[in-house]
Design a protein around this ligand. Structure first.
Ligand code: GMT
Length: 378
């Protein structure tokens, strides 16, 4: 199949899922066309069946806001015609599902029928999409998609609660390439970051408010009072500066390393003992799954889709949002006993294997085939 994938190319779960999906589909023999405004961060290798088409939005002084949706829908029309793309799979409803619907309608005028598959990722529904300014357009474009998928049961429920949805929503969970998370280095250079006695705790995100960055620091602060530990803060975003200030205030700057965005997540997870994800909301928690696949147990909040990924008492622990005390207690419980830590590490890996890429990607293929069949009948 020739599949067009639209996503956000920056660091962030939806772009990562879209990129890994495209790469796996290409390995399974499909021709993949990524259509977005810059090359997706995890798309390192372009090959004869992986292509990248950049959407350019020319600056024009009359516009206070440059019309990205317009440029995207025009690009989609051009790429479908030029490359014979058969299915468009858009990740994150805003504005991708809307732009894809416009492209579909333009193509129909020329007798070309391309089904649209929309994958809902989280904030496109829970935070941004349900805002009254966007809601009618988001509802419309979800209902007009030929197939809709959501990354967790919880996100499906949220979507049905927040929007008037007439379409069936298929839950296709996010996935992980377990082989990629099998440490291939003989030495993950742990010694660079901590002494043998120190436990390494890690947080990876885009440092937005929803990630509750102060809670990450507060939990770590409580843990390091009980046992020697270091905190790795990976990512960039609006909350980074205040996080650094909080570390200064708590007098723990020498124990916290801010690493910025990284393409070496596997290396960082390889030397991590525990992962923190105390988010306010999380449709799935891909970073938690990535940690678990690398054998890192997770201390998280029990919000949204996280309980579908992190199994309480098995791959880590779940606590109520903002319950710093409970999260710290659980973290210390796991870290303070060598045998217990190693059991949680191996459990984390086992739970992660439920989301193996080889089991999940065929579900998307089946959806593409189904929409194509329905499209031919019409
Ligand atoms: O979580 C983020 O900040 C990024 C965001 C995105 O759209 O890229 O992530 C959402 O999609 C991920 C992939 O499906 C999910 O794993 C995240 O849980 C979800 N984020 C939220 O719901 C806050």
């Amino acid at each position: 199949m020739k599949i067009g994938i639209v996503c956000y190319p920056t660091f962030g779960g939806s772009g990562v899922v879209a990129t890994e999906l495209g790469l796996e589909l290409s390995r399974r023999g499909h021709e993949i066309h990524f259509i977005t405004y810059s090359q997706p961060v995890r798309l390192e290798l372009l090959s004869n069946n992986v292509h990248y088409h950049e959407v350019n939005v020319p600056e024009y002084p009359l516009f206070l806001y440059q019309p990205y949706e317009l440029a995207l829908s025009s690009k989609l029309v051009d790429m479908v015609k030029l490359h014979g793309i058969e299915v468009l799979h858009v990740h994150y409803a805003i504005p991708h599902a809307y732009a894809a619907y416009m492209a579909k309608k333009m193509l129909q005028e020329e007798g070309i029928y391309v089904p649209i598959v929309t994958t809902l990722h989280g904030t496109d529904i829970t935070l941004v999409g349900s805002h009254p300014f966007y809601k009618p357009a988001v509802t419309f474009s979800i209902n007009k998609s030929d197939a809709v998928t959501s990354v967790s049961e919880s996100l499906k429920e949220d979507t049905l609660r927040l929007f008037d949805i007439k379409k069936e929503i298929n839950v296709v969970p996010n996935f992980i390439d377990l082989e990629k998370h099998e440490p291939h280095f003989t030495d993950c250079q742990r010694a660079m970051m901590a002494t043998d006695e120190e436990k390494i705790i890690t947080h990876i995100s885009n440092f937005r408010k929803v990630k509750q960055i102060p809670d990450v620091i507060k939990v770590f602060n409580a843990v390091q009072k009980q046992l020697p530990a270091k905190l790795m803060m990976v990512g960039e975003g609006p909350e980074r500066e205040s996080a650094e200030l909080l570390c200064e205030k708590l007098g723990i700057t020498d124990k916290v390393v801010f690493l910025g965005n990284s393409n070496e997540i596997d290396k960082i997870l390889c030397f991590s003992d525990l992962f923190l994800l105390p988010s306010l909301t999380e449709s799935f928690g891909l970073s938690a799954l990535e940690a678990m696949a690398s054998g890192v147990p997770v201390i998280s909040s029990n919000t949204g889709g996280i309980p579908e990924v992190n199994v309480n008492g098995v791959s880590g622990y779940l606590s109520d949002i903002n319950d710093i005390e409970d999260m710290s207690k659980n973290a210390i419980h796991i870290l303070s006993d060598k045998a217990r830590l190693s059991e949680f590490k191996s459990n984390a890996k086992k739970v992660a294997s439920r989301f193996d890429i080889h089991a999940i990607v065929p579900q998307y293929e089946a959806i593409y085939e189904d929409t194509l069949k329905k499209c031919l009948i019409l």
